[in-house]
Design a protein around this ligand. Sequence first.
Ligand code: SAH
Length: 253
Amino acid sequence: MIHFVGAGSGAADLITVRGAELLKEADVIIYAGSLVNPALLEYAKDGAEIYNSATMTLEEVVETEIAAETTGKMCVRLHTGDPSLYGAHREQMDLLDKAGVAYDVTPGVSSFCGAAAALNAEYTLPDISQSVIITRMEGRTPVPQGEKLRSMAQHGCTMVLFLSTGLLEAAQEELIEGGYSPDTPAAIVYKATWPDEKIFRCTVGTLAQTAEVAGIANTALITIGGFLGDSYSRSKLYDPSFTHLFRTGTDEA
Ligand code: SAH
């Protein structure tokens, strides 16, 4: 049994209790060294074999996982954030399926949640946005035709861009061509929840310039939308006049 574990967005104590317990038990740990906080390796027991996947290929990672399994060692594959987002996770599961090796998945706090926490923000505000688009600017990894940034921008909703910090000149053009006005609020969140986290508030029209001045080229998320502004409507759920399954509102009383 291989255990895929989401490490969380950075701070070592943001891993789940289940994830930490698995790390403590592991004989073999393969971690994504480019983005997983090395402080998490302090959970590892003495003598655990530790591999940094940043310098490994898919085949090497899966061979290491299978070797652990066949020698009766407990193996944790530690992914940054949650494995389900840009995690190169499925391709490992498919190779393990082929090899007849079982696995399970422990989710983690994705960096887009860490970024909202860093910003003290809520992505879904009544009358502002009820949807969050998680996407990326097209780079060396192609983006399917129906998901180009320009067309995603037409929705005008909250958007979180992963893996795009080095492409902000092109991204901001696409966002504006797609429909966001250049003065739409935006924020660049660098290393959300890490000790050296940094936040740069700007607008869609100043994203590239802001990143350049700040010298931010990676490990950042771009968040966009009116949720970063000042206006919104309060929720129905906690409105005194609103009746729902668990509470009778004043209008009904
Ligand atoms: N599975 C991860 C994402 C992996 S893709 C997750 O759920 O968060 C790697 C990209 O995620 C980075 O290029 C960056 O855009 C973003 N990222 C990961 N950790 C981050 C953090 N702590 N702060 C800001 N962005 C982060």
